[in-house]
Design a protein around this ligand. Structure first.
Ligand SMILES: Cc1cc2nc3c(=O)[nH]c(=O)nc-3n(C[C@H](O)[C@H](O)[C@H](O)COP(=O)(O)OP(=O)(O)OC[C@H]3O[C@@H](n4cnc5c(N)ncnc54)[C@H](O)[C@@H]3O)c2cc1C
Ligand code: SF4
Length: 355
């Protein structure tokens, strides 16, 4: 993991976008979708959508040639300048059966590439993709969980909801109302335009914001299912309910994947143009502390959460009050489809210099 966490600063050069030529069937399907479902979110651009077996082979050859060497090193990086970075974009065609997981693993095993890329990629496909499928199959789509790993709560419709999160999904996710949070707006735009964003954007931007806000895991899952070209129940549900929101509790991970803004600042270039200052007055950090204090009873059984929970507990009363006010402000603005604004308290702090 240590070798797979480098931020990307513009070099080595990331692969160019790949365009596809649509055949007659693809054009017909695109026309059908554009006509019948024109009121759905997103856009349809066949030049960006690999569809045939030949497209899948072209995409995979390009991945081997241009992505694989640096795949591992920049796996967790995020950038506005090269949104897909060294990710392969093969999930849609692999989930469609146009190319098999077995073939991509065999190919990568033979490639003379650095070990962090080889291991990192095989772990994604064999370790994660196949594990996710296994979880879905073994639990009847998360309906039947082993007694030892039951979530503490479920929603009224039966969806796992360990942390009892029930905030409605805000309109920003549908691309309808920019939030003023540069990272979230950037990634939502990518999804609306292409039906894709890479793994860390899904986990540490989209799911992170939703989890910190306390968004209903069911609503978030349905959103992922609607918006991504690689979405199928078997892969969306464990990823969003298990990995993204911790709604399954400890079934798939020992702790929630959440972060404050220091992580975003380190791993992305999103914060540079944002109205907020990462690590100083960014609301993500306040929401992180608020999340920990709010959910402490459900999280304290995880040994990996003991340190973060202790740090959250030790925050001074005025800091805790500020965290709660920030959560309230962000929720209210996003619910109403309005931009989150810099609060008067933050303006005052900026004028007097940060503590
Ligand atoms: C909240 C959330 C929702 C997700 N929803 C989907 C989804 O609807 N469909 C989907 O295929 N993947 C989903 N993923 C997993 C992963 O993000 C995508 O498979 C990956 O981003 C696809 O892009 P890529 O092909 O460029 O991947 P690369 O980074 O190039 O990785 C190579 C391959 O590894 C596999 N892989 C890696 N991680 C996972 C994983 N956690 N689950 C399944 N396969 C994985 C994919 O097949 C992917 O094509 C989700 C992850 C999260 C955190
Ligand atoms: S400062 Fe905060 S809201 Fe802005 S891009 Fe960075 S993490 Fe996102």
């Amino acid at each position: 993991d240590h070798d797979n966490r480098k931020p990307w600063k513009g070099t080595p050069q990331a692969p160019d976008r790949l365009y596809f030529e649509a055949d007659e069937i693809t054009e017909e399907v695109a026309h059908f979708v554009a006509t019948k479902f024109h009121y759905h979110p997103g856009q349809i651009d066949t030049s960006r959508l690999p569809a045939t077996r030949a497209d899948a082979v072209t995409l995979w050859q390009r991945a081997k040639r241009e992505c694989m060497e640096h795949f591992g090193t920049y796996e967790d990086a995020m950038s506005t300048k090269a949104p897909a970075l060294f990710h392969t974009l093969i999930s849609s065609v692999m989930n469609l059966g146009r190319i098999s997981p077995h073939q991509v693993i065999e190919d990568v095993l033979e490639m003379p590439i650095p070990m962090n890329s080889k291991e990192g990629f095989i772990r994604q496909v064999l370790g994660w993709r196949e594990f996710i499928r296994h979880v879905h199959q073994q639990t009847d789509g998360l309906r039947e969980l082993p007694q030892s790993v039951q979530p503490a709560n479920r929603s009224a419709d039966g969806t796992v909801n360990h942390l009892s999160a029930d905030e409605p999904l805000p309109p920003v996710f549908w691309g309808e109302a920019p939030s003023g949070l540069a990272c979230l707006d950037q990634v939502v735009n990518e999804v609306v335009e292409t039906g894709y964003t890479h793994h860390i954007n899904r986990l540490m931007v989209l799911a992170n914001w939703a989890t910190l806000l306390g968004v209903s895991p069911r609503e978030l899952t349905d959103w992922f299912w609607s918006m991504f070209t690689d979405a199928y129940d078997w892969v969306v549900e464990p990823n969003v309910l298990g990995m993204g929101t911790f709604a399954t509790g400890p079934l798939m991970s020992t702790k929630p994947y959440i972060s404050g803004s220091a992580y975003m600042k380190r791993m992305s270039d999103y914060c540079g143009d944002c109205q907020f200052k990462a690590g100083k007055d960014c609301p993500m950090t306040s929401l992180y502390w608020s999340f920990l204090n709010r959910n402490a009873p459900e999280l304290k059984s995880s040994i990996r959460m003991l340190m973060p929970l202790a740090s959250a507990r030790r925050r001074k009363d005025d800091q805790k009050a500020h965290d709660e006010q920030t959560l309230k402000h962000v929720r209210e603005r996003l619910r109403a489809g309005k931009r989150v604004t810099v609060t008067p308290k933050v303006i005052e702090e900026r004028q007097h210099g940060f503590a």
